[in-house]
Design a protein around this ligand. Structure first.
Ligand code: ZN
Ligand code: ZN
Length: 442
C-alpha cells in the first residue's frame, strides 16, 4: 500500500474512523456516532475517510455555481455552504448547500424484507451538486426515510431498480402517489431490468402495479397534475455489461448483471464530475462487479448475515442458511474479499439484520478479509463525497414532518377529468350534516 491517500485512510480507519463506523451500527440514532470519536476536531470534525494531506482551499460559498441546484426548502429551514470542508458532526437535512462538485449519498433503507422501524428495506438517495437526484431501489418502508429528509419532490423523479424483489421495489407504488401529492408534477421514471421472460421484467411489473391500483389512480385524476400520474418505464437488458442506461446533464448510469435468485438482478454505477458511485444489487460475488466497479469512489455491495447468524435469525437449519447467505447473497468474508480486490475509497456494506450480536458477527467476518475504509450502513447514514474527502455521518431527522411547500409550477400544472362517486351513491349523503360553503374556485 504505497498510495499516501490510502495510507492515510488506513491510519484513520485504525483510529477514529473505525470506531465511528463500528458505532454507526451500534449506536442509538439519537446520538450521532461521530460526536465523541473524532480525535482532532480542528481537522476532522466528522467521519472523514480519506482527506488529501495538503490543506484544502476554502470551498465557501459558491452561490453562483450552486444556485441552479438549489432545492425548494421546507419552511423554517435555510441552507448554508460547507466552509473549508468543516462538516457538522451530524447531518441536518436542508441546512447544507451541496457543493457544486459534491455528491451526497443517503442510505434510506439498509435492512431486510422483514423491515423494522429503524431498518427499512433497501434504498439509496444520491444527490449531486448539479441539482440532480436519483433513487437506487425503493424497498418497502424506505419511503418514510425519504420523507424524513423533506426533499424537493419535484426533483425526485428517477428510480433505478436493481431487481424486482419487494425489498427493493416495494415502495415504488407509494412513492409514485406520495411524490405526486408532494410537489412532483412531471412523470416519474423507472429504470429497471428485463427478466428471463417478458412477464418477469420491469415493464410487466409496472403494468401489473398500475392495474392493481387503478382505483387509487382514478380518485386522484383531475385533483393532481395530469403528468404526475405518468410512469415512464425504461426497461433494459439485464444481461448487458456496463452499458449506459441513463445519460443526461453530465451524469451517466450503467448496469451489469448480478447473480441472484433468478436472471434479472443487476448492479449500477453512477458517474458524474469525476466521481463514481457503485450500487450493488443483490448478488453472489460476480466477475462483472469486479470488472466494472473498479475506480469507484464509493462502492456499495450487499453484506448479508453469515450463515450461523442467519439460521438463528430466521429459524432456519444451517443448510438453508448457508445456501442463502453464501449462494444467493454475499456473506461478510466474501464482501471483504470483493472490497480488498477493488480498493474503493469507501466500501459500504448493507442488507443485514442489525443487532449487537449480528453486527459483531458481520464486522468479524469482513475484517478477516478487508482492512480498508468501511461503513456498514444503517438507515439515514449520509456520505458526502468530493475528490478530496469522503465524510460519513448520520442524519438527524424529526419524526413528524411536512415536505416543502409545492412550487407555483406544481399549482399551475394542468389537471383534467376529475372523478367523483356516482349520483346514486351521492344520494346517500346524510342530511344530518351540512358542510361549510365551498371557497371560490380559482
Ligand atoms: Zn433480492
Ligand atoms: Zn434484497
Amino acid at each position: 500500500m504505497t498510495n499516501p491517500a490510502h495510507v492515510f485512510a488506513h491510519a484513520l480507519l485504525a483510529g477514529a474512523l473505525s470506531m465511528s463506523i463500528v458505532s454507526l451500527i451500534a449506536c442509538d440514532l439519537a446520538q450521532p456516532a461521530n460526536d465523541a470519536q473524532a480525535p482532532e476536531p480542528a481537522q476532522a470534525p466528522a467521519g472523514h475517510v480519506a482527506a488529501e494531506a495538503e490543506p484544502t482551499t476554502p470551498t465557501a460559498a459558491k452561490p453562483e455555481s450552486t444556485r441552479a441546484g438549489r432545492d425548494n426548502l421546507p419552511r423554517g429551514r435555510s441552507a448554508s455552504p460547507i466552509v473549508d470542508g468543516q462538516y457538522p458532526t451530524s447531518y441536518f437535512p436542508n441546512t447544507e448547500i451541496l457543493g457544486a462538485d459534491e455528491m451526497r449519498i443517503t442510505a434510506l433503507g439498509t435492512g431486510m424484507p422483514n423491515q423494522t422501524k429503524a431498518a427499512a428495506s433497501i434504498s439509496y438517495l444520491v444527490e449531486l451538486g448539479n441539482g440532480d437526484k436519483f433513487l437506487f431501489d425503493v424497498g418497502s418502508g424506505s419511503l418514510a426515510n425519504l420523507f424524513s429528509l423533506r426533499p424537493d419532490f419535484s426533483k425526485i423523479d428517477k428510480v433505478f431498480a436493481s431487481h424486482l424483489h419487494v425489498d427493493h421495489v416495494g415502495d415504488f407504488m407509494p412513492l409514485h402517489i406520495a411524490s405526486w401529492l408532494s410537489g412532483r408534477y412531471t412523470p416519474i421514471h423507472l429504470y429497471g431490468p428485463t427478466g428471463s421472460r417478458q412477464e418477469l421484467g420491469t415493464a410487466a411489473f409496472v403494468d401489473g402495479m398500475r392495474k392493481g391500483y387503478a382505483w387509487d389512480l382514478e380518485t386522484r385524476t383531475g385533483a393532481l397534475p395530469d403528468e404526475g400520474a405518468q410512469i415512464e418505464v425504461h426497461e433494459f437488458d439485464y444481461g448487458q455489461q456496463n452499458e449506459v442506461v441513463y445519460e443526461a446533464n453530465g451524469v451517466t448510469v450503467r448496469s451489469w448483471p448480478a447473480i441472484h435468485s433468478l436472471d434479472g438482478s443487476v448492479s449500477f454505477s453512477l458517474e458524474w464530475n469525476g466521481l463514481k458511485y457503485v450500487f450493488g444489487g443483490d448478488t453472489y460475488p460476480n466477475k462483472w462487479y469486479m470488472q466494472f466497479a473498479t475506480d469507484a469512489d464509493v462502492a456499495s455491495h450487499e453484506c448479508m448475515l453469515p450463515p450461523e447468524a442467519m439460521a438463528e435469525y430466521f429459524g432456519w437449519d444451517l443448510y438453508q442458511a448457508t445456501y442463502v447467505s453464501t449462494r444467493i447473497h454475499t456473506e461478510p468474508q466474501a464482501f471483504g474479499k470483493v472490497m480488498s480486490a477493488l480498493q474503493p475509497r469507501l466500501a459500504v456494506g448493507y442488507h443485514s439484520v442489525q443487532s449487537p450480536e449480528n453486527n459483531a458477527a458481520i464486522m468479524d467476518g469482513v475484517r478477516k478479509t478487508y482492512t480498508g475504509p468501511l461503513a456498514l450502513a444503517r438507515d439515514l447514514m449520509v456520505i458526502n463525497v468530493t475528490k478530496d474527502d469522503i465524510v460519513v455521518r448520520m442524519a438527524v431527522v424529526d419524526e413528524y414532518v411536512l415536505p416543502p411547500d409545492v412550487s407555483q409550477a406544481y399549482k399551475d400544472a394542468e389537471r383534467t377529468n376529475e372523478k367523483s362517486p356516482s349520483e346514486e351513491t351521492l344520494k346517500g349523503k346524510w342530511k344530518g350534516y351540512v358542510p361549510p360553503p365551498m371557497s371560490k374556485k380559482k
